[in-house]
Design a protein around this ligand. Structure first.
Ligand SMILES: Cc1cc2nc3c(=O)[nH]c(=O)nc-3n(C[C@H](O)[C@H](O)[C@H](O)COP(=O)(O)OP(=O)(O)OC[C@H]3O[C@@H](n4cnc5c(N)ncnc54)[C@H](O)[C@@H]3O)c2cc1C
Length: 463
């Protein structure tokens, strides 16, 4: 066990000094958890050094692009866990309405030092820049949402998992290590800082200006570190044994359901990876899970970090853009509107089941996500429109939507991180998937039955 936060995770965002303030402020935004959070532990350690208390703040904006009632409910449930856990550590936690950078700057006026966590998406990077510029004290960012810090692993956009894998492996032993909490010397529960009452989540949601058309899923998955750990343990005890065998079998449930918790920072990738290794469920299962959790997930992070237009068609590799444009005018057997897709009203029962799973449970098995995306490309009038439709549906319904994984994987549907395949209509050289292939490799009819059962019974399958 170590309390040490590796230097490579730490970055000074401005050249201002630590000054005489009332407290150290940890502006929590991406890593919404009170354990295995390198930014939090770093902030505690700095507060102890400065003989000050630590205040933790979260800025709650209702203006986050594409976030709706489903997402905010999950997020607030997670913040409730943070509040409880920080209280036990004698650290005051405040959630304030407002644009996060403004909330951070406001509470930062009385801080000697501001610590923040790191994000890889445009708007979030912009917030951090504004805080670094606007604050009168030092602002230090600590990277905690990855196992290996993104810029250490690579200084450029990687072509594919195969090019990133060896770079990640090189640093794994240094960064895949436990993180012990540091006790705070000076408690802060006596600081009076107005914030939202997290025991009244419904009231907070009512007061926000949100798209309420996508129902919350608390009855299926609750947000928060406690729930995340419970689901992880259930996976390790009951389903992990069959991970390799069933990872691509959407009719089964031998997956971890960690992506939504990772997206909100409710659980740390370092913690999940360590528990996976410890569980001792066979080398193949461990290696395969680590490949997904670390290599694939961090490839998505690498992609967003180094690709300014990560959310548009223009980000595709040249060969993919060229071949899709060459086939733009090919006749399509089926063309569906966005509404028809959203209503799961296509001719394809497998695809419709996938869309229903997404709408009703906020989740879809990875293998079906691949098929689902490929068919949107096939059934849209242009590849550009297909791209924006896929991203729109992905981010609207998935609990894990609006994540680096969302952008990289939607882009994968259109050729990103892949190579050219045999040329065909509509897809050009971009990889194709068919219902026949699905039937050969998995049991999609059983998948359809599974989704019908889940929707009818209003259930999810994680626990
Ligand atoms: C078209 C398409 C859209 C997708 N959209 C999203 C999205 O919005 N958000 C999201 O988090 N993932 C997305 N994925 C990736 C993947 O499908 C999900 O991460 C995975 O299905 C989540 O389920 P799980 O946690 O049970 O996975 P598990 O199989 O238990 O995997 C463990 C962890 O590994 C990571 N992982 C697994 N598969 C992938 C992958 N293909 N790429 C990167 N990391 C992976 C995730 O963090 C996951 O939680 C998408 C994939 C495709 C093909």
């Amino acid at each position: 066990m170590t309390k040490h936060v590796q230097e490579e995770r730490i970055r000074h965002l401005n050249d201002k000094d630590v000054r005489e303030g009332d407290y150290v402020l940890y502006w929590m935004q991406e890593a919404q958890r009170a354990e295995y959070n390198h930014a939090l532990e770093y902030a505690v350690q700095r507060a102890n050094e400065l003989e000050q208390s630590l205040l933790v703040v979260f800025g709650l904006t209702d203006g986050y692009p594409e976030a709706n009632l489903r997402h905010y409910t999950f997020l607030l449930e997670g913040l409730r866990d943070v509040e409880e856990a920080l209280k036990e550590r004698k650290i005051e936690f405040v959630v304030r309405s407002g644009s996060p950078e403004e909330v951070a700057l406001d509470l930062g006026k009385d801080a000697s030092l501001i610590v923040c966590d790191m994000s890889y998406l445009r708007l979030q990077k912009d917030w951090r820049e504004k805080v670094a510029e606007g604050a009168d004290c030092a602002v230090v960012q600590v990277e905690t949402e990855v196992v290996v810090p993104v810029e250490l692993a690579s200084d450029k956009q990687e072509h594919a998992a195969r090019t990133l894998r060896p770079k990640i492996s090189e640093y794994l032993d240094d960064f895949l290590v436990e993180l012990q909490p540091t006790a705070i010397d000076k408690q802060s529960l006596n600081i009076e800082a107005d914030g939202l009452d997290l025991s009244k989540i419904e009231k907070i949601l009512e007061d926000m200006d949100l798209d309420g058309s996508v129902e919350p899923l608390s009855h299926l998955y609750k947000g928060g570190t406690n729930e995340a750990k419970e689901i992880l343990e259930d996976f390790l005890n009951n389903r992990f044994d069959d991970y390799v065998e069933n990872r691509n079998q959407p009719q089964t449930n031998d997956v971890s359901h960690m992506s939504k918790y990772l997206h909100y920072g409710h659980i740390s990738p370092v913690y999940v990876a360590l528990r996976i290794r410890e569980a001792g469920k066979g080398r193949e299962n461990v290696d395969s899970y680590i490949e997904e959790l670390i290599v694939r997930r961090e490839l998505s992070i690498n992609f967003c970090h180094y690709t300014p237009d990560y959310d548009s068609f223009s980000c595709l590799p040249d060969w993919a853009k060229k071949t899709l444009k060459e086939h733009k005018d090919d006749e399509r057997e089926y063309v569906y509107t966005r509404e028809q897709l959203e209503d799961a009203a296509t001719h394809d029962e497998y695809w419709n089941a996938a869309m229903k799973e997404m709408r009703h449970t906020g989740y879809m098995h990875n293998y079906m996500r691949m098929y689902w995306g490929k068919k949107i490309l096939e059934w849209s009038n242009t590849p550009e429109y297909a791209y924006s439709t896929t991203l729109y549906l992905n981010n609207k319904y998935f609990l894990d939507g609006r994540d680096p994984n969302s952008y990289a994987n939607v882009s994968w549907v259109f050729g990103q991180h892949d190579r050219g395949w045999k040329e065909r209509e509509v897809y050009g050289k971009v990889r194709y998937m068919s219902a026949g292939g699905l039937e050969r490799k998995a049991k999609p009819k059983q998948y359809v039955e599974k989704v019908e059962r889940l929707v009818e019974e209003g259930r999810a399958e994680a626990l």
